[in-house]
Each structure stands twice: as structure tokens, then as C-alpha cells.
Design a protein around this ligand. Structure first.
Ligand code: GLN
Length: 506
């Protein structure tokens, strides 16, 4: 019974809870037990809020028992990236500088989850302030990939992705600034979607690079991701860049999954040389599966995508240097060296030195330099021009096709430690994902099989125009259907014997 709960989809759990076939408390307890059983190995969580989760579950059960009608995910547990404020619950951004901080308010996304009756199990690990592609930049130790514990789970949202793949949660939330939802999704065989910029609220999400950051859903199936997307999306007056428009029909699209007549463009610049052979092979097969289901496949060139990574690593650190100036040790967070003899400025310096890790410091320094008056035009100004060119590439492409596709990442999960000494190799993990952040369009990663050379998951990226997030789900659902028909299940089902079978039988 417990193992069956752990491996069920969120949609199924929600339906059974609504039918009172299961209680939210039973389901929540099963996942809390699973976390207790496996998280010492995986380290997906920084904080497990067992008491809070069970109290939320009890409240949902009472409302349902009283005959109230709640949404499709009411009572279903979720793992929340530790970048989202949750009132009274420790929120660290995986940084020492916020150790022990309990926010006095909840992010809009957090509040919408709670309002929908979704049970928050705890806060998941990430690269410090979401800066990284492996979760190794966490101040609290890395998360491990449930497919191979010696491999990285991607980043920055490695904790959320690993929690899904080890059946510690059926749903998770991430943020994507350059790929932090999609790349962890790709390397763990899970689904992750970056909504259109402005489609989900950034209010109460600890800021990395505000013109790029976007919260989004993570799940093991396309429908589960779409149901979660619908809960968190929509206009928020508390976020000045939030779009005041209806949420795209993502759930209908995930249920439909029909790609007949859909024009799909394969991006010439994202693939080929430098990509792992197994990634290319599985990606190409997936494209053929979509063609077989009636999609029209063409090649599309996006000539400026090759400059996206370089421009991102100027714009993002510039915004980081500004956003992280708020950690001054005066209002909240770590305060170091305040022994009564030092000046305020000295305490600020000592606190920032002790509180930030190396990668965060590197980006603050690069960003401060790129924004300095003598170099602003040469670096930040040029990068903004490249950003416009990338957006124009997308516009031209979407005049010809409905969606663009590419591999989500150039390689499968690499070994822990492998890229730590080489920041450029680490940054290259996001080669395929960054263009969509630069342009602000919708983009998702979907599992498309295991690479033959290492048996590790490969991700398939679908990019759609702004506010056409439903197309991302439509193509994702078509691919999921084709692969389920071929393989008899979704990719993470293959992990169930390893991670969920030891769960006690009830
Ligand atoms: N890996 C990218 C970076 O290090 C993206 C991070 C993110 O999306 N938060 O900046």
C-alpha cells in the first residue's frame, strides 16, 4: 500500500483523496516516512516540516470530510525549493548568510499552493542562491542523483528533481533563471517547465536575476506538472512584471497531447558536435516519434543562440550583484565579527565574506565589474543587444513553426566533483536552456529515454512563444504517450524497484 502511494501520480492521489479512498494524512505520512528512509542517501531536503505538513493534511481532510469541494491536487504533498519564502519555516537559499532565517511572510506561489490544499513537506536543496548546475554550490552539501548516487542531480533545483526521482514527493516547485528547472529535470528523468516570464509570480522568491527568474512546476508526469502549473500561475499585483492575462490552458493541453499538424522546428544550433552521442540519439528518436504522431518536422536556424551563454553570464551576474547587495548583515541573516569594536562597514565585509560561497562571490565581482561606469557599454550594454537578437531569432522562428525543440542539455548527469574546478564546463550545462530565459518564452524539459552509453536520462526541450505555454505541454504529453506505449511506463517508473520497494507494506 505505501509503495503504491509513493509511485502514484499526483493526479491519481488527488482523485483518491477527493473520493475519500485515501486521506491526506495517510499520503503525507507515507512521503514523510520515505524521506526518513532515503534522504540520508539523496539529501534532497534542507528542512523537513513534518509537523506543519501533517497539520496542513489534517486541515484538508477535515474540509473534505465536511463535504467541501477542493481542487484536483488538494491533499497532495509537495517539495518546495528553499528559495521560496514560507512564513515561519526556515528559508536559506542554501546559503550560510540566511542560516536560521524564518520569513515573516509567504511567497505568492507558496500561498497559492497552501490555498489549493497542497501539503508542503519541506524545503529542498539548491545551489546557493540558485547559482549553479549541480547543486554542489549548496552551503549544506550536495544532493545526489537517484539514478546514480555518484552523479549530480542537476542544478540549481537538484533537490526538487531528486525528491521526485526518489519518490520522496509526487510534486515539486523550482525556479528557472538559466535552466534550473529544466536541466535538473533532464538529468533525473523528470518533467520541468519554465513558464512564460511573468506567468508565475516572483513575489517572495529570493531574487537571483530578476529579469530572468521564473518559478515553475516539477513532476514525474506531464499532467501532474500541468495541474501544478495551473495552481501557481496567474496575475499577481505584488510582482511588477506579472502578466495580467488568463493562464494558458495547460491542463487541457496535457490531457490532449495531439500534435497532428503541429509544426515543430528542430533548432540547428542546439545539437550536433559537442553533444553526447546518446543525447543526440534519444533526441532524434523522440523527434521521429512526434513525426509518427502527425507533427510536421522542419529544421530552423536561430543564428544568435550561440551567443546566449556569453550574454547571460554578463546580464545575470549584473543583476546578481545588485540583488545580493541587500545582504548587509544589518536587517537579517548572518552577522559576523560584531564584537563592539568594529565599524558597521567592517561588520558588513566580514559577514559577506563568511556568508557567501565562492561561486556567489565570483558572480557579484563579475557583475559589479560589468556594471562599472567604464565598462557598462562594452559588457552590459552589448549583452543586452545580444538579448534582443535572441528574442528576434525566436520571433522569426515562431513565424514559421508552432514550437522549437532541442536536447535539454548537451550531456547526461556528470559525476559529482567533475566540473567544480572548471566553471566554464559547469556553465555549458545550460547551453540549450538559456535562450528561453533571455527571451522570456515558455519552455519545458521532458524525459526521452536513457542514453545507451551510461544508462542515464536524456531530456527533450520544447520551446513555445510567450503565453503559449500550453503548446509546451501538448508536445510533452504527445512524447510521454509515445514513450509510455513503447516502454510500458514513464521513465522514473524504472526507479521504483530501487527506491520505493523497500517502503513498508501497509
Ligand atoms: N545554471 C545556471 C546558473 O548557474 C542557471 C541557474 C538558474 O536557473 N537558477 O546560472
Amino acid at each position: 500500500m505505501t509503495a503504491a502511494i509513493l509511485t502514484a501520480t499526483a493526479a491519481d492521489l488527488g482523485a483518491r483523496i477527493a473520493a475519500r479512498d485515501l486521506t491526506s494524512v495517510e499520503v503525507t505520512q507515507a512521503f514523510l516516512d520515505q524521506i526518513a528512509r532515503v534522504d540520508a542517501d539523496v539529501h534532497a531536503f534542507l528542512h523537513v516540516d513534518a509537523a506543519g505538513a501533517l497539520a496542513q493534511a489534517r486541515a484538508v481532510d477535515e474540509r473534505l470530510d465536511a463535504g467541501e469541494k477542493l481542487g484536483p491536487l488538494a491533499g497532495v504533498p509537495l517539495a518546495l525549493k528553499d528559495l521560496f519564502c514560507q512564513e515561519g519555516v526556515p528559508t536559506t537559499a542554501a546559503s550560510r548568510i540566511l542560516q536560521g532565517w524564518r520569513p515573516p511572510y509567504s511567497a505568492t506561489v507558496t500561498q497559492r499552493l497552501l490555498d489549493a490544499g497542497i501539503v508542503i513537506l519541506g524545503k529542498t536543496n539548491l545551489d546557493e542562491f540558485a547559482m549553479g548546475s549541480s547543486t554542489e554550490n549548496s552551503a549544506y552539501g550536495p544532493t545526489r542523483n537517484p539514478w546514480d548516487l555518484d552523479r549530480i542531480p542537476g542544478g540549481s533545483g537538484g533537490g526538487s528533481a531528486a525528491a521526485l526521482a526518489s519518490f520522496e514527493a509526487p510534486l515539486a516547485i523550482g525556479t528557472d533563471t538559466g535552466g534550473s528547472i529544466r536541466q535538473p529535470g533532464a538529468v533525473t528523468g523528470t518533467v520541468g517547465v519554465k513558464p512564460t516570464y511573468g506567468g508565475t509570480s516572483r513575489y517572495g522568491v529570493i531574487a537571483m536575476a530578476s529579469s530572468l527568474d521564473q518559478p515553475g512546476p516539477c513532476a514525474r508526469t506531464v499532467l501532474d506538472a500541468a495541474l501544478l502549473h495551473e495552481v501557481i500561475a496567474g496575475h499577481d499585483p505584488m510582482d511588477s512584471t506579472s502578466i495580467d492575462a488568463p493562464v494558458p490552458p495547460v491542463v487541457d493541453a496535457a490531457r490532449c497531447g495531439d500534435v497532428t499538424g503541429l509544426r515543430i522546428g528542430v533548432v540547428t544550433e542546439l545539437g550536433g558536435e559537442g553533444y553526447a552521442p546518446g543525447v543526440t540519439q534519444r533526441f532524434t528518436e523522440a523527434v521521429e516519434l512526434l513525426r509518427a504522431r502527425g507533427a510536421e518536422i522542419v529544421e530552423v536556424s536561430c543564428p544568435h543562440f550561440g551567443y546566449a551563454l556569453g550574454a547571460y553570464y554578463l546580464i545575470m551576474p549584473s543583476e546578481v550583484s545588485s540583488n545580493l547587495a541587500r545582504y548587509d548583515a544589518m536587517r537579517y541573516g548572518l552577522r559576523a565579527g560584531d564584537d563592539g569594536t568594529r565599524s558597521t562597514e567592517e561588520v558588513m565585509k566580514l559577514s559577506r565574506d563568511a556568508g557567501f560561497g565562492d561561486e556567489v562571490k565570483r558572480r557579484i565581482i563579475i557583475g559589479t565589474y560589468a556594471l562599472s561606469s567604464g565598462y557598462y557599454d562594452a559588457y552590459y550594454g552589448s549583452a543586452q543587444k545580444v538579448r534582443t537578437l535572441i528574442a528576434q531569432d525566436f520571433e522569426a522562428a515562431f513565424a514559421q513553426v508552432d514550437v522549437l525543440v532541442s536536447p535539454s542539455t548537451p550531456t547526461t548527469a556528470f559525476a559529482l566533483g567533475e566540473r567544480l574546478a572548471d566553471p566554464l564546463a559547469m556553465y555549458a550545462s545550460d547551453l540549450c536552456t538559456i535562450p528561453s530565459n533571455m527571451a522570456g518564452n515558455a519552455s519545458g524539459s521532458f524525459p526521452c529515454g536513457l542514453a545507451p552509453e551510461d544508462g542515464l536520462p536524456v531530456g527533450f526541450q520544447v520551446m513555445a512563444p510567450p503565453l503559449a505555454d500550453d503548446r509546451v505541454y501538448r508536445v510533452g504529453a504527445a512524447l510521454e504517450r509515445a514513450l509510455t506505449e513503447r516502454d510500458g511506463g514513464v521513465l522514473t517508473d524504472q526507479l521504483a524497484p530501487r527506491w520505493a520497494s523497500g517502503a513498508k507494506e501497509a
